[in-house]
Ligand binder design. Sequence first.
Ligand code: CO8
Length: 259
Amino acid sequence: MTEASMILVETIGRVGVVRLNRPKALNALCAQLMQELGAALLAFDKDPAVAAIIVTGSEKAFAAGADIKEMKDKTFPDVVFNDFIGAHWETVLEVKKPVIAAVAGFALGGGCELAMMCDMILAADNAKFGQPEINLGIIPGAGGSQRLTRAIGKSKAMEMILTARMMDAAEAERANLVARVVPLADLMAEALKIGEKIASLSGPSVAIAKDAVNAAFETTLTEGVKTERRMFLGLFATADQKEGMNAFAEKRRPNFTHR
Ligand code: CO8
């Protein structure tokens, strides 16, 4: 039997918001929740009324990881051949619009990995990040060992992954895991401000800027700079480049066509 929906979806202005809503399990990421999250993200990505997306949880937990109770009895063939765990976990990486993770409370295991797959993390001052899988006799499985290491460096990542130590919001900011820390009460307002600012800009330049930053993780510096240059030059083919630069020269606000 399928439980009632595990997410809440709303559009605020031009920002799509997906709230993980499985409070009794601290938003543990079970198959149903991941399927619903993936579908909601793809729907927002297609929706012209939406220009940026926020993924958030509750004040106590962004997500306390993949659902341990759902995974615990799975056999090796179950997890390898039936795609039991992997399905829908990387849908967020398919989204072209910017995705902001607004993290309060626990972001552990798969929850930390989901946040790191988003384009940026805005953290509330009560946020706690960790990859505690080692306590369960496993290791991170949705990119944690790779993305955490790239974000915060080898020593800190090793310590967190080998000992399951959690990092608080202040340390996460010092370590460059998060863009910024804000008071818990301001988390959604601040995330929405980021989303609204993005929504006011030229959609093509936003999508291409996201691609350009992501290219930094997948290629050499020389190739990355070449990719950026091609993208930069390509934007001169858009009406929004003309509008943006003319508006600056004419001392007025730009009115972009493709928002
Ligand atoms: N899975 C299932 N249920 C959970 C999870 C979880 N990850 N986390 C919490 N819950 C449940 C608890 O079992 C409890 O349920 P119940 O009330 O029915 O007993 C309820 O949520 C509340 O939890 P607690 O009572 O434990 O709350 P506390 O405030 O005492 O503790 C903690 C909060 C510290 C967050 C604690 O719940 C905890 O340690 N949770 C587990 C954290 C963890 O180990 N996460 C990693 C999971 S493994 C993983 O994420 C691998 C990802 C691989 C993805 C691969 C994709 C391809």
